[in-house]
Design a protein around this ligand. Sequence first.
Ligand code: ATP
Length: 268
Amino acid sequence: MSGHYHSPDEPPPIVVEGLANRFGDFVVHENLDLTVRRGEILGVVGGSGSGKSVLMRSIIGLQRPSAGRVEVLGRNITDIDPDSNIGVRCRWGVLFQGGALFSTLTVGENVEVALKQFYPDLDPVLRAEIARYKVILSGLPDSAVAKYPSELSGGMKKRAGLARALALDPELLFLDEPTAGLDPIGAAKFDRLTRELKETLGLTVFLITHDLDTLYEICDRVAVIAEKKIIAVGTIPELIATGHPWIEEYFNGPRGRAARASHERAKG
Ligand SMILES: Nc1ncnc2c1ncn2[C@@H]1O[C@H](COP(=O)(O)OP(=O)(O)OP(=O)(O)O)[C@@H](O)[C@H]1O
């Protein structure tokens, strides 16, 4: 299995500049800047309702910003009509909160949806085989291919959603709270899978999470949304060194301290 080749001169895979999002009078983002580096897992944190999902939707072209520029894999997403950016859309995969699987389709068929859309002439037998491979790559047993979402546990649904996100061999993977609702063992396994996939497939990962263990275990850097913008981006020690009160409370509160202690124990 090979990753994606990139020349060192290529621009960062995601560049957001001066982003604004408003719903009526309600301002979610104002003058938000963010650059995601190639090959990193970037964790995105912020209080509930701070605009993490709206940011992700702006980056993948599902939310038209009120102002600003969003460049993904060298294409300006804000300028192009959603139907015309098909070439760039097949270069990312998204795991939405809850998996967003089609309930009337099996897991395998769910994975096949994107393959059918982007490669309509693909032989159906080959298409089913590619889907099966993605399901297994996501850590599900072969038997899960023929199952319906209602027959899966929460953790299996996440993996099925991940298989769908990987359908088109993406360069960029967007994960919206992938470990929410999983027990700690299931969450740790999902974290390991994310890291392994990133390393094996050469992915860049944009990962929204509230899970402090995920931040400590697998994120290369963390971006913090507060006050309608990204207030800081860096490694966790770099963030703590900013002394910002929200960051301080987040990482040095009881849960933050417990996650750090467990991370340090695991490192030995
Ligand atoms: N389509 C919309 N119309 C109006 N308001 C919206 C819309 N989408 C999001 N919002 C509002 O924007 C704010 C940010 O929402 P968003 O879902 O991005 O938050 P979040 O940081 O992902 O929160 P959480 O951690 O709770 O998932 C919220 O107050 C939400 O109600």
